[in-house]
Design a protein around this ligand. Structure first.
Ligand code: ZN
Length: 335
């Protein structure tokens, strides 16, 4: 069992990097960790059951909440579009269920040296009221007064006004649904929307990590001299930081060495998502690489870019098993 552990570590890294989506990468990561660290089957069920995936979100979302959650997410998306316009004006809040007032924050075009914080944003409120689009004109006026004067700002203004119209309308629709729901259902929908947003954020991190790790493996496979490879040396620093043996004492007074990654690391995740994955991947990579001959077995298929660990029967194979098979028998890759 022990001599195979390095292979499990290698597989954890390779399977993660080969994942076709961020969603898949997350699940593969948990499965790979379970195998590499030798956690039991109960662990896998528990960790995967809590692991935030879009599938878990879909399963947990009740049909009755679907519409409201959808609108809340649309609202959130629109807010992000508005606040990412190349413009000094951002929308801080809109209390559609209260006084119906839009609160904007405006970065001053020039620093105001007479203020304690010369760059402090101005706050400007625009009441939406109950009828008509007068408020939209007020927003347009605010833009004309406060945004920089340049021709390309016309487009930004147009976009802002269109988004604001949509945003306020969305608020009305959310309010209409909320008004017939008990407050706890609204609360539940808000929780689900927040859950979805956290999954999305997690998957953005994973997508970035996937890209980074593909580059890392390419680099390590291609490196001529490992001892002078900066990508590898930087990762080694991380490994040496992570790889700290800790001695603990149990209830029975016996001393034991704490595992570097305990099961709770994967079931009760905390801290930065980026490091959460990266540290385990780095640890696994070096636990794999340090076993003699493993580095030469780590390969990237030139045809499909899949990474793989060549087994003893395919010691010379340069292509992944799938592409090697496609080429037919008798080739060198099939050896
Ligand atoms: Zn291939």
């Amino acid at each position: 069992m022990k001599e195979k552990q390095d292979q499990h570590f290698g597989k954890l890294v390779v399977d993660f990097v080969n994942a076709s989506t961020a969603e898949e990468a997350g699940s593969v990561f948990i499965g790979g960790a379970a195998a590499a660290f030798g956690f039991g089957s109960g662990f896998l069920e528990q960790a995967l059951g809590r692991y935030p995936t879009l599938r878990l979100f879909e399963d947990a979302l009740s049909a009755g909440d679907r519409e409201l959650v959808g609108l809340l997410l649309e609202e959130r998306g629109l807010l992000s579009v508005i606040n990412n316009l190349p413009c000094n004006i951002s929308l801080a809040s809109y209390d559609y269920d209260g006084d119906k007032v839009l609160t904007f924050k405006i970065q001053p075009l020039e620093p105001k040296w007479d203020r304690e914080d010369p760059y402090e944003e101005d706050v400007l409120q625009v009441p939406v009221g109950t009828g008509g689009k007068a408020w939209l004109e007020e927003v347009a006026e605010m833009f004309d007064d406060r945004a920089p004067l340049s021709t390309d700002m016309d487009e930004v203004k147009e976009k802002l006004l269109a988004c604001m119209g949509e945003f306020v309308e969305l608020g009305d629709r959310i309010l209409a649904i909320r008004s017939v729901l008990p407050p706890e259902r609204t609360h539940e929908a808000q929780k689900m929307a927040a859950f979805y947003i956290s999954i999305q954020a997690e998957q953005e991190v994973l997508a970035e990590l996937l890209e980074r790790w593909r580059m890392i493996l390419d680099e390590i496979i291609a490196a001529e001299t490992l001892s002078r490879n900066h990508v590898l040396l930087d990762l080694l620093l991380v490994y040496n930081m992570v790889n700290r043996r800790e001695l603990a004492v149990g209830e029975d007074g016996a001393f034991y060495e704490k595992p570097i990654f305990e099961q709770s690391y994967f079931t009760e995740r905390a801290g930065l998502a980026d490091e959460y994955y990266h540290n385990v991947l780095v640890y696994a990579l070096f636990e794999f690489l340090r076993a003699k001959g493993n580095r030469d077995k780590l390969r990237g298929c030139p045809d499909c870019k899949t990474f793989f660990i060549a087994g003893p029967r395919r010691a010379k194979g340069m292509k992944c098993s799938r592409c090697a098979k496609k080429k037919g028998r008798g080739t060198r890759d099939e050896a």
